[in-house]
Design a binder for this molecule. Structure first.
Ligand code: SF4
Length: 406
């Protein structure tokens, strides 16, 4: 993430472009020591982690009613609780006056248990970018970021505590995977931002969340079930969920091919953002280690298949790293790889400037190289934007804040 849109850069599309940036990390990891062993890929969460408390956002409306009935309460209490959570955005039981006082505490404890505590909120861009460090019930730390623009408000959420994808340039990846987050823990990040906007705590007057991007900590498709649950809760009509448009939701991935195909079959037209970062296997094997399981060709084909099935344009995320993946010939190769699936508007490229980090192996491209990269992609007819990252002064990308608290 970094600062406000700069006039010289096209303002990116509303969904895929807004990110707290761990996935496409604007937070470079420290340069590895010479000879340091590459981290292993971790696809499954470590065993034996305790599960977060069950929350109504983990359940469908019918399941909530069942749960309430199991407490000996009438099923309609589930709808009342859901309205407080998703529609009224209330978090104080005292305000839930339609629930009988004698049972209120029991109902709230059963269906609205606390999931996370804000440890720190940092602001940038005159308060319109707010990054929150959350402590989960077991002490795990995750981050979310609210970015308000004149025409939209985007929340970038984490989907895992840590990440097992081991991308060497990413601070989150260096810490490994602690655990998957639950559906409700993911949703709560959005609801917390929705409350802040609703209460007028963010400059610009009361507002609503219009976009959610799964680009915080973690690889969303490695936590598929909980992420799909969260997407459903975000898009279910109130009071079952938040009632957002699926078009406002972007799910990013480094390329878990079977999961991309599965997502295409879910019938929810979210935008897919594929973090490619390199157009050739040799470099991508190094930058995005999951590429050793699924090649560039297999990954791009899955993205194309997603666009074909859902009729949603795919966003190819490409973090520009000086001297590593930003050469003119790689721009040409990237265009050729994408065009091999046709030019029917199925794809656009979103270039992500890294934070400039003097002395790090992973640092920002020279602006001239970035411009030439854009020029070459556009010359071949690939729609290209440069992400306006936000919040540099607050350690823009996911992973940095959690790493410094740890
Ligand atoms: S997949 Fe994981 S390790 Fe790779 S950039 Fe995203 S958060 Fe970092």
């Amino acid at each position: 993430m970094s600062d406000l849109p700069s006039p010289s850069r096209p303002v990116p599309a509303p969904t895929a472009a807004d990110s707290a940036g761990s996935d496409a990390s604007a937070a470079p990891a420290p340069t590895p020591a010479p000879g340091a062993a590459a981290l292993p890929l971790v696809m499954e969460e470590p065993r034996g982690r305790r599960k977060p408390p069950r929350h109504l956002a983990d359940l469908t409306l019918d399941e909530r009613a069942e749960h309430v009935s199991g407490l000996g309460q009438p099923g309609f209490r589930a709808k009342q609780l859901s309205t407080h959570y998703f529609s009224r955005l209330v978090d104080d039981p005292e305000e839930m006056t339609d629930l009988p006082a004698a049972q209120r505490a029991e109902l709230v404890a059963a269906l609205l248990p606390p999931l996370m505590t804000p440890l720190r909120t940092m602001e940038a861009d005159r308060g319109t970018t707010r990054k929150t460090l959350w402590k989960l019930f077991d002490g795990a730390l995750v981050e979310s970021v609210l970015m308000r623009y004149p025409d939209r408000a985007t929340v970038c959420v984490s989907s895992q505590a840590g990440c097992g994808m081991a991308c060497p340039f990413c601070a989150t990846g260096q810490g490994g995977l602690q655990r998957n987050m639950s559906t409700a823990e993911i949703v709560e990040q959005v609801v917390a931002s929705a409350r802040s906007l609703d209460r007028g705590e963010v400059p610009g007057g009361p507002g609503r969340v219009s976009n959610v991007v799964f680009m915080g900590m973690g690889e969303p498709l490695a936590n598929f079930k909980a992420v799909i649950g969260a997407v459903r809760r975000l898009t279910d009509p109130a009071p079952s969920g938040l009632g957002m448009s699926a078009r406002g939701v972007t799910v990013s991935t480094v390329g878990l091919v079977p999961r991309i195909n599965q997502l295409a079959e879910e019938g929810i037209p979210v935008t897919l953002a594929l973090s490619l970062h390199a157009p050739d296997d040799e470099l991508r094997n190094e930058l995005v280690p999951i590429n050793t399981r699924f090649s560039v060709a297999e990954t791009v084909e899955a993205a194309w298949n997603y666009a074909r099935t859902t009729k949603r344009r795919v966003s190819i995320e490409y973090a520009m790293m000086r001297g590593i993946n930003d050469q003119a010939e790689r721009a040409d190769l990237l265009a050729d790889v994408l065009l091999s699936y046709g030019d029917w508007g199925w794809v656009h490229v979103n270039l992500i400037p890294l934070n400039p980090t003097p002395g790090s192996k992973w640092t920002a491209s020279d602006p001239r190289d970035e411009r030439e990269f854009v020029r070459r992609l556009e010359a071949k007819g690939i729609p290209t934007t440069v992400r306006d990252t936000r919040g540099r002064e607050i350690d823009g990308a996911c992973g940095q804040l959690a790493a410094t608290e740890g």
